[in-house]
Design a protein around this ligand. Structure first.
Ligand code: PGA
Length: 249
């Protein structure tokens, strides 16, 4: 049975005090959830060690990590540093990292491998921009992102990876993918995993949908057989909305 997950990507939002309040509220609501989905929050780096002390049922993720182990890399945060403050997951390859910070598939492959070697579980993001979808290139783009991004990972590594499909045109736009569009791509990704790895990896892979997911549209997205949860941006900044999405199962 694959895990169901709802992860909140806070992005560059909340000051420490507000972030701590939000984490506390999410932890409190976690005890009231009516679904078996695992709840993960990904606050900014500066909040991680303080928030770790406030949560138990809710799991902790970073939004990024360095591709280097340690040393002269000003401004970077290593996987070991994240581990040392109790971080369990790390979001890699978010479209904002790809678009604004030039993170390409090769770099993301190095980050993914390093994170795994240090005991972090990557939430590996992929997604096409609108022109790629309209130009009929969407499956080629996702194939490339996953094939290169997850290159040389072992079967054991893959058991620790979560994939998030986030069509870029749906992120922060209020335009959500239709349940059919989400299912079509998630099914494609699972098929690709059979090709690249094996049936077991594909069957067990948690594939999240991300992009304008809200309590009002989560149920129809999650009803699809290949959609195993969500990566939530805006709606994860309100504890009740975040719980509403979790309870949409
Ligand atoms: P959104 O963001 O839910 O605000 O669209 C999703 C994401 O970027 O992970």
């Amino acid at each position: 049975m694959r895990k169901r997950i709802v992860a909140g990507n806070w992005k560059m939002n909340t000051l420490l005090k507000d972030g701590m309040e939000l984490a506390k509220a999410v932890e409190k609501l976690e005890k009231e959830k009516t679904s078996d989905a695992l709840m993960i929050i990904a606050p900014p780096y500066t909040h991680l060690s303080r928030i770790k002390e406030l949560i138990q049922g809710v799991k902790l993720s970073a939004q990024n990590c360095s591709s280097a182990e340690e040393g002269a890399y000003t401004g970077e945060v290593s996987p070991d540093m994240l581990k040392s403050v109790g971080v369990e997951y790390v979001i890699l390859g978010h479209s904002e990292r790809r678009a604004y910070y030039g993170e390409d598939n090769e770099l993301l492959n190095r980050k993914t491998k390093l994170a795994l070697s240090k005991g972090l579980k990557p939430i590996f993001c992929c997604g096409e921009v609108l022109e790629e979808r309209e130009g009929g290139k969407l499956f080629d783009v996702i194939r490339e992102q996953i094939t290169v991004g997850l290159k040389d990972l072992s079967i054991e590594d893959m058991a620790k990876v979560v994939i998030a499909y986030e069509p870029v045109w749906a992120i922060g736009t209020g335009v959500v993918a239709s349940p059919e569009q989400a299912q079509e791509m998630h099914k494609f990704i699972r098929g690709l995993l059979v090709e690249l790895f094996n049936d077991e990896v594909a069957d067990n892979m948690t594939i999240l949908y991300g992009g304008s997911c809200k309590p009002s549209n989560a149920a129809e997205l999650f009803a699809n057989p290949d959609v195993d949860g969500g990566l939530i941006g805006g709606a994860s900044l309100k504890a009740e909305d975040f719980l509403g999405i979790v309870n949409a199962y």
